[in-house]
Design a protein around this ligand. Structure first.
Ligand SMILES: [Mg+2]
Length: 364
């Protein structure tokens, strides 16, 4: 097996800021990712993507360090369990790097079997059922209102809004006026430092009558007692994101929140994300699939698990202007594979990357 990888700067359509990053600095404009390709001696190929996030102390260097330690001869499209166990053993561990290789292995294996990944994993994909929210980063009330109106005009019927700054209420009020009747999900990215503060904010959000749920209101480092206190009193469902990195966190989340946000980049790929979704469901948690800033490669990979979710937030590819891949389609917020040219594997087609290490991925 031959492993090649290449870092790539995804360009954001608009500057992006969340709680804990500098909204006043205008937000970030570039998000570096790493694309990988595995090719075996028979010429079979699979591709993957790592989207490292500073929220989890990852960057392209930590991803590259992990990839440099990989002995590709221990990876095989025909021995996924052994390959997966080997990836778990590599130190220092890097979930986004592991994710990229997990995607490439499944892409190659499913392509070799002549089926899409969702079928290879024993899942289906319910066309027409999966609606994603569209995310708005923290900005001024005017800019957030303008972006919300533009999203609604483009057919998005569900918005997810980042909060966690002093101007939250002004931001949300402006946005709600600009997007009348549209349901809103709120993500605090752990911004509210104690349970009383979190409850005050959530009660105000509930009073608007527009908010569906609140994601990660408090830091994951707070004790369970604080989370249980908030869960008992919250008028809105609570979804754990930073609180839920892998399936191992499911028992704690079942005590502390109503649902969890699974991301391929946090868990380490489709294989562990599948486990994270199933474990959460077994414990009665609502499930959500989320993303980072990502190309259509990672977003499409996540979409293969959509049938195991209650909520989708797979819009990272809609936030960038130089997506090098074509995959799952988003029409009016609805994700679907109808008409996607590539029928097998991840169903992702490479559509041009200057100087790329990738060969053209001819639709099959
Ligand atoms: Mg979140």
């Amino acid at each position: 097996m031959r492993l090649t990888h290449q870092s790539f700067d995804l360009r954001l359509r608009d500057p992006w800021a969340i709680s804990g990053t500098s909204a006043s600095g205008g937000g970030k404009r570039i998000h570096p990712v790493v694309f990988v390709q595995l090719e075996d001696a028979q010429g079979r190929r699979g591709i993957g993507e790592a989207s490292p996030s500073s929220q989890y102390q990852e960057d392209v260097h930590s991803v590259s360090r992990y990839l440099a330690r990989v002995d590709a001869s221990r990876l095989s499209f025909d021995a996924l369990a052994d390959s997966s166990a080997y990836l778990d053993s590599i130190q220092p561990f890097s979930p986004p790097a592991r994710c990229a290789l997990d995607l490439a292995l499944l892409d190659g294996a499913a392509r070799s079997a002549g089926v899409p990944v969702y079928e290879f994993l024993g899942l289906g994909f319910s066309e027409g059922r999966h609606v994603t929210s569209f995310s708005l980063g923290i900005d001024t009330p005017e800019v957030m209102a303008r972006k919300a109106a533009a999203a609604v005009a483009a057919g998005m019927g569900l918005l997810k809004v980042k909060v966690g700054v002093p101007g939250d209420r002004e931001n949300l009020s402006a946005l709600m006026t600009a997007a009348p009747g549209v349901p809103i999900r709120v993500d605090a990215n752990a911004a509210w430092s104690d349970r009383e503060m979190a409850l005050r904010h959530i009660e105000w959000l509930a009073s608007t009558g527009r908010v569906e749920f609140v994601e990660q209101p408090m830091p994951p480092s707070l004790p369970d007692a604080d989370w249980i206190w908030l869960k008992e009193r919250s008028p809105l469902p609570l979804i754990g994101d930073e609180l839920y990195q892998t399936a191992d966190d499911a028992p704690r989340c079942a005590r502390c929140v109503h649902g969890v946000n699974v991301k391929l980049v946090k868990t380490g790929g489709l294989t562990p994300a599948l486990r994270a979704l199933r474990t959460a469901r077994e414990l009665g948690l609502k499930t959500m699939l989320g993303c980072m800033i990502e190309s259509s490669l990672l977003i499409t990979a996540a979409a293969h698990l959509a049938d195991l979710t209650d909520y989708l937030d797979l819009d990272g590819n809609l936030l960038i202007s130089n997506d090098p891949f074509i995959g799952v389609q988003c029409v009016g917020g609805r994700l679907g594979f109808d008409g996607v040219p590539d029928r097998y594997g991840l169903r992702v087609t490479h559509c041009g990357l200057d100087g790329s290490v990738f060969q053209a991925n001819v639709p099959t």
